[in-house]
Design a protein around this ligand. Structure first.
Ligand code: ADP
Ligand code: ZN
Ligand code: ZN
Length: 774
């Protein structure tokens, strides 16, 4: 069964994929009469409805409509006791169910498919590949208002045109009613016009009413059309003259066919300039560009850069939009009014009238993988989409994901490297500070404090990276050893001293900060370890003469907080920035010449095999913050593992060499990207329930596909965080040398789980290409 060829063909190794078979060609729009003349077999419409089940539901043609819905059109269908919005996925000549029991579609919402046939195939590929129920995936992909049945074509604007009667009228028939004659002439010359254009020509609404009353003109609804502007005039700013290597990269990118390019270059090496010039060429050929960026990078500065260069409509899609704004951006992209679409993860599904290029900036960023529900990777969907739509895909990063580097090695992606920084900017110098046996002041070593002092004295700015927010990651009693734990998770509570509380960073449950030990009542409580809040306090005490600015989720919650902070830093006065990952990404601070990392050793011992890769990316990104303009920068790394081979490799030879070593380790261990991984997670209040379900699932899996060296099972094992939100968590991992061994098996296992009685009491999910193993 699992060797079913059609099924296997859908899951050829990504991204060189045998294109899955097209669904039935769009069903003919036959007038009802004609259908009656030549009796067709009763058509069945297979509809995705919002439901957790991985199956489609069959419906008959609507009774009161003279057109049939095509795949990709929304319909209203009876489902249980409700009527819901569903999407027709395919049509068939017969249903597996008793035709007498099938219900009919109630209404057709869309007269034409929501998206092009190519993009529709990408949607279908995505929910199949990530093993997600179609209805749920599609509702996540579509703007909320469309999910609720809103018109996809945008608000049509009322236009006036000559009626047949008006057309037949002699040209000067109304010469005695001057204004009326003027309007007739206007419409005769210019065709349909909106009322606003008519009044702007000095003809009042009463004239329109008078002619309409005589039946000489009539109103029609016209959907807004893309501007008929010369593409060349969309360029506003002047492109920078490219450096040689930028020129080579741009020239290598073929704009008229699919290929995936990995544009690798340090922060500041000029990748964005290459994107901008590639986009300019795409716009000039009359096509559109889609640019994906991590949420954190979608800053006013990024948008300003696009707006300075292009004067076309740019649709921006991010999580802060209202439903209306989101639908409007979607419509402008779909009908071609928006020539550029910039957005975060889910923007990858935005339809484009004339797709021309797909760009994924910071392609290694974890935010491209959705971590719950429909667990897709926007980067990988983008590559698939470029393939279907025959357009180039550019993945850009200073620290590419190992997956992408491996795809270059396999010859699937073309690697383009930018080595230099713009003239006058040199790469930062690395300095390792060995923490073994050295004294620390709240996490800061003496050499680090000296370097901070020297940098500030020289009039420059300092950036300090701390990997946790809050004051301290642990609170304990000195007398009896009690520790503040979350009651719902197997995790310690983080101390948030300013807010006088303890907070679980996994379930968000707060508790008041105790003044004495709950067990032995001793007042001797201690805070252990460093968070951003504590580093901020310590630095403010040690360097009272400069501002200390903290950047983390707690301080930037308010909408404009980050912008204010960026403005303050850009004034250029000496200051210290303290923060989490947020500091490592996106923002460009010109006067930072020292970047320090307090403690990143954790990345070397984590249970997650991707932790070392993430650590290397983070260190490199933080380092990229130092010395971007005319000043050379220094990067200080405090570590207990200064002679760890990966640390020395990274700091002396750079990320590319580090990544090569990691790739070799992964190959040795048969781990992704050299194999393919999927996790089935299960969680339940009763730990046995979750574990036993996965045990039975493994038996079922082994029955369908016995383990071989090419298909390996591991687990069920407790997740690294065994309990979260009062639920015990387990995972079963499936690892295969080829995707075609994995995907048909996963589909069968999902069916098994959906049908299993006990699985109903367990929350289970499937994660294909998981990024987070914990
Ligand atoms: P990246 O996207 O790799 O971080 P950018 O494209 O943002 O790099 O370039 C970094 C800085 O260098 C920007 O201020 C940009 O304007 C400038 N820059 C990029 N390319 C050139 C060039 N060819 N000539 C002059 N300045 C450039
Ligand atoms: Zn105690
Ligand atoms: Zn918790």
């Amino acid at each position: 069964m699992l060797q079913n060829r059609a099924q296997a063909a859908r899951f050829q190794d990504f991204p060189i994929i045998n294109v899955p078979a097209m669904p039935d060609s769009p069903s003919p729009r036959l007038p009802r009469q004609q259908r009656d003349q030549q009796p067709l077999p009763e058509r069945v419409f297979r509809v995705a409805v919002p439901s957790p089940l991985r199956r489609l539901f069959d419906y008959l043609a609507p009774q009161s409509s003279d057109v049939l819905p095509q795949p990709g059109c929304r319909v209203m269908v009876p489902f249980g006791r409700r009527t819901v919005v569903g999407v027709v996925v395919e049509t068939a000549d017969a249903s597996g169910h008793d035709p007498g029991k099938l219900k009919a579609i109630e209404t057709i919402i869309d007269r034409r498919p929501l998206v092009s046939a190519d993009l529709w195939q990408v949607y279908r590929w995505a929910y199949d590949y990530y093993q997600h129920p179609a209805g749920d995936a599609l509702s996540g992909i579509l703007p909320a208002l469309l999910r609720r049945g809103a018109d996809a074509d945008g608000d049509p604007i009322e236009h006036w045109q000559l009626s047949t009667h008006g057309h037949g009228l002699p040209e000067t028939a109304l010469s005695r009613a001057k204004k009326q004659q003027q309007l007739l002439n206007l419409l005769r010359q210019q065709g349909p016009l909106p009322a606003a254009a008519i009044t702007a020509a000095g003809i009042g609404r009463e004239i329109i009413r008078a002619l309409a009353g005589k039946g000489l003109i009539e109103s029609i609804s016209v959907t807004p059309q893309p501007p008929q502007q010369e593409a060349a005039s969309w360029l506003k700013g002047t492109p920078l003259p490219l450096r040689d290597e930028q020129q080579l990269a741009l020239a290598a990118i073929q704009l008229d066919s699919f290929n995936t390019y990995l544009l690798q270059g340090e922060t500041g090496s000029g990748k964005t300039e290459v994107y901008l010039q590639a986009i300019a060429a795409v716009l000039a050929s009359g096509r559109q560009a889609l640019v994906l960026i991590p949420e954190i990078n979608l800053t006013p500065q990024t948008l300003a850069r696009f707006r300075q260069r292009f004067c076309c409509d740019i649709a921006v899609l991010h999580s802060g939009l209202t439903d209306r704004e989101r639908l409007s951006a979607w419509q402008r992209a779909r009908d071609g009014r928006a020539r550029i679409v910039i957005g975060t993860r889910s923007a990858v599904f935005t339809p484009l009238a004339t797709p021309g290029i797909l760009i994924v900036d910071e392609e290694h960023d974890a935010s491209y993988k959705q971590q719950e529900g429909f667990r897709y990777s926007a980067r990988d969907v983008a590559v698939m989409r470029g393939h279907r739509e025959s357009v180039p895909v550019i993945l850009g990063s200073a620290t590419p994901a190992l997956e992408s580097l491996a795809n270059c090695e396999r010859g699937r992606y073309q690697r383009l490297v930018l080595k230099e920084r713009p003239a006058g900017v040199s790469l930062p110098r690395w300095r390792l500070i060995d923490l073994r046996g050295s004294g620390l002041t709240a996490g800061f070593s003496e050499p680090l404090l000296n370097a901070i002092r020297a940098t500030l004295t020289a009039g420059n700015q300092v950036l300090v990276f701390v990997n946790r927010r809050g004051y301290a990651p642990l609170m304990l009693c000195h007398d009896c050893g009690w520790m503040a734990n979350c009651h719902q998770c197997s995790a310690r509570l983080t101390v948030h001293r300013g807010q006088r509380r303890l907070l679980c960073h996994h379930c968000e449950t707060p508790q008041p900060l105790p003044h004495q030990c709950p067990d032995c009542h001793s007042p001797n409580l201690a805070f252990v370890g460093q968070g951003t809040e504590r580093s901020e306090t310590v630095l403010a005490e040690l360097f009272p003469e400069v501002p200390v600015l903290r950047v983390d989720r707690d301080t930037t919650r308010r909408k404009d907080a980050m912008e204010k902070l960026v403005d303050e830093v850009n004034r250029g006065e000496p200051c210290i920035l303290v923060g989490t990952q947020m500091l490592a990404k996106g923002h460009h601070f010109a006067k930072v010449t020292l970047a320090a990392l307090l403690d990143v050793d954790g990345g070397l011992f984590s249970a997650d095999f991707r932790a070392t890769e993430k650590m290397g990316q983070l260190i490199t990104q933080v380092a990229g913050r130092a010395g971007r303009e005319q000043q050379a920068g220094t990067v200080l790394l405090q570590s207990h593992l200064c002679d760890h081979p990966l640390i020395t490799r990274l700091t002396s030879d750079g990320y590319a060499a580090f990544a090569t070593d990691l790739l070799a380790q992964r190959r040795f261990a048969d781990l992704p990207p050299w194999s393919h991984l999927a996790l089935v997670r299960a969680e339940a209040e009763n730990p046995q329930a979750a574990e036993q379900l996965l045990q039975r699932l493994r038996q079922e899996a082994e029955r369908l596909s016995p383990p071989t060296p090419a298909l390996r099972y591991l687990g069920p094992l407790p997740s690294a965080m065994e309990r979260r939100n009062n639920r015990y968590r387990f995972q079963l991992s499936l690892c295969a040398d080829q995707r075609r061994l994995l995907h048909p098996l996963l589909s069968a296992l999902c069916q098994w789980l959906e049908a299993d009685k006990d699985a109903r009491h367990v929350r289970w999910s499937v994660d294909v290409d998981p990024q987070d193993m914990l």
